[in-house]
Design a protein around this ligand. Structure first.
Ligand SMILES: *[C@@H]1O[C@H](CO)[C@@H](O)[C@H](O)[C@H]1NC(C)=O
Ligand SMILES: *[C@@H]1O[C@H](CO)[C@@H](O)[C@H](O)[C@H]1NC(C)=O
Length: 417
């Protein structure tokens, strides 16, 4: 195809420009890979790509003990020690730029092994390391907390960084901790990781829990407090019962920050169709993980498998309820063709082969859906402004024997025992 014909395909009308960017029209599904790639890149110049989950901050802990003096996020980490030898390393600023990522949620991850120990300290240290990493690279990225920040930075060409906290076991079951995280700029909380909290059941160990406790009454109060605050509730890792319990009480749309579809890969960690069907009513979004084990239940996966999961969510929940939460840097096996954060345009290049994906729908997948959820959660925060902060304390019998090493307020514990 001649260059002129190609231009006519991607520019419309050829003299029309929006903010200096070419206006994209539909590229022919039969177009070559390089033509579709050019179109995918224009698409992501026009509408922001937002990824819901990246575990780089935990790697800063594991590989560098959070010492950033020798960490250069602007460098090609594929060439740098210790990153180049790590199968869990897929992220750096040059590759995020190449991948056309407009906004990234960085995960504040705390291991389940720390539950009932020093989780609150660990999570604060992860907030600190994220903030220091960003402060050291302000030309390229900056912390934002809402969609207006994402859009402002998108138009400036700087990566918008956001924070999500994984998971609820690190909160010490405390509403005060949830509120403090919001004040620090954290905008979602994953209710569980791979362990049950005293108030929510996780997916990964549901076999241990034949009675499927889901969310306890105190867990429900925590969710309502997150709604009041404008903290998004993330249900990746939660058991199906926990998800159903949240959906029955939440006043705001939920997210799944990095999940797959159970119909395709039947593991507890993936989302069931019955839950996908509830997404239109809730208004939430399922962000698809790129972890091979969640995609195919095997060590092998490729772009086609990711698209199968995306299309399944689109078919069951609708195109307004799907997005991307690759989980890079927390996974050690990635689909062929989506090896690291520089490869997102390949996904859109592949989707452009499918005429059932309109440009509008591809923008929704890239980030418009997640921004709609963020705006709605913010709007509900404003609606609930007159409500008083939750002051409930977890019932002592929900935690007592499991948390012996804590300060005990004698009279209070008698009151609530
Ligand atoms: C970080 O890496 C970039 C890109 O290689 C380089 O230009 C810059 O000088 C490095 N910064 C430091 C402090 O080494
Ligand atoms: C992905 O792998 C499957 C076989 O498992 C194959 O049919 C498909 O064409 C592959 N997709 C790509 C984009 O290579």
């Amino acid at each position: 195809m001649s260059a002129l014909r190609f231009l006519l395909l991607v520019l419309w009308p050829s003299s029309s420009f929006c903010n200096g960017s070419p206006v994209l029209t539909r590229v022919s599904p039969a177009a070559s890979h390089s033509e579709r790639m050019a179109a995918a890149r224009i698409l992501l110049d026009n509408s922001p790509l937002i990824d819901g989950h990246n575990d780089l901050p935990w790697n800063l802990r594991m590989f560098l003990h959070n010492k950033l003096h020798s960490f250069n996020f602007s460098a090609d980490l594929q060439k740098e020690k210790p990153w180049r030898a790590q199968s869990f390393s897929q992220t750096d600023l040059p590759r995020l730029k190449k991948g056309k990522v407009a906004a990234q949620f960085w995960s504040i991850y705390v291991p389940c092994e720390a539950q009932y120990l020093n989780t609150v300290q660990l999570l604060l240290e992860q907030v600190d390391v994220i903030k220091r990493m960003i402060a050291a690279h302000q030309k390229e990225t900056i912390m934002v907390t809402d969609t207006s920040g994402i859009l402002r930075e998108f138009h400036r060409g700087r990566l918008a960084s956001l924070m999500g906290m994984e998971g609820g076991h690190a909160l010490g079951s405390s509403m005060g901790v949830v509120r403090s995280l919001y004040d620090l700029g954290v905008r979602y909380i994953t209710l569980t990781h791979k362990c049950h909290t005293p108030w929510a059941e996780c997916a990964d160990k549901t076999k241990d829990q034949p009675n499927s406790p889901g969310l306890t009454p105190y867990g429900k109060k925590l969710v309502l407090e997150m709604n009041r605050l404008g903290m998004m509730v993330d249900l990746s890792h939660s058991s199906s019962q926990t998800v159903l319990d949240v959906l029955s009480i939440t006043r705001a749309p939920v997210i799944f920050s990095h999940s797959g579809v159970r119909k395709i890969c039947p593991i507890n960690r993936n989302v069931e169709d019955s839950i996908l069907k509830q997404m239109p009513e809730n208004g939430g979004v399922v962000l698809i993980s790129f972890y091979n084990e969640f995609l195919t239940c095997s060590k092998y996966a490729n772009i086609t498998n990711v698209i199968e999961h995306i299309n399944h969510v689109r078919n069951i929940a609708g195109v307004d309820h799907v997005g991307i939460g690759a989980g890079y840097d927390g996974i050690n096996r990635t689909p062929i063709g989506l090896d690291d954060v520089s490869y997102y345009p390949e996904l859109f290049t592949e989707l452009l082969k499918d005429p059932s994906w309109s440009l509008q729908d591809l923008k929704k997948l890239a980030g418009v859906n997640l921004m709609r959820v963020m705006d709605k959660v913010q709007e509900i925060r404003e609606d609930l402004m007159s409500e008083s902060p939750g002051e409930d304390i977890i019932p002592i019998h929900d935690i007592d024997s499991r948390w012996p090493c804590r300060y005990k307020f004698a009279s209070l514990e008698e009151d609530i025992a």
